[in-house]
Design a protein around this ligand. Structure first.
Ligand code: THU
Length: 129
């Protein structure tokens, strides 16, 4: 499954809109029913309005009615070159915690190997109401 998620993320990486940082990110989100939604980072001249690839993938899946998620694969790098792991930012971790169980998997890829973390490990003591 990691390989399929990777293929989908690689396919969409070119769609990243990152004219300011030139750092392109893509994410492939696997839902409990096996469907996969992708997302890319979408930057803005008002930098704070930038949307990360992970939240972009979640927005697509949530908008299609999905609510159960298994894992997300994330890739990223300058000019789309994947040479290091690209862990999710803090806002994305908090965003995921709204919809995902602690054992939700976050899969990273550095161009050579995969690294898998649980959401619980990457977001200890996340905020929940
Ligand atoms: N970015 C993501 O898409 N996901 C992350 O988790 C970290 C950062 C994007 C935002 C911005 O467009 C670029 O990477 C550089 O920060």
């Amino acid at each position: 499954m990691h390989q399929l998620l990777l293929e989908k993320a690689l396919k969409t990486l070119d769609n990243a809109y990152a004219p300011y940082s030139n750092f392109q990110v893509a994410a492939a989100l696997e839902c409990a029913d096996g469907s996969i939604f992708t997302g890319v980072n979408i930057e803005n001249a008002s930098f704070g309005a930038t949307l990360c690839a992970e939240r972009s993938a979640f927005a697509a899946a949530l908008s299609a009615g999905k609510r159960q998620f298994v894992r997300i694969l994330i890739i990223g790098g300058t000019a789309g070159q994947i040479s290091a792991f690209c862990p999710p930012c803090g806002i994305c971790r908090q965003f995921m915690s709204e919809f995902c169980a602690p054992d939700f998997e976050i899969v990273l890829y550095n161009g050579e190997q995969f690294e898998t973390h649980t959401l619980a490990a990457l977001l200890p003591k996340g905020f929940l109401l």
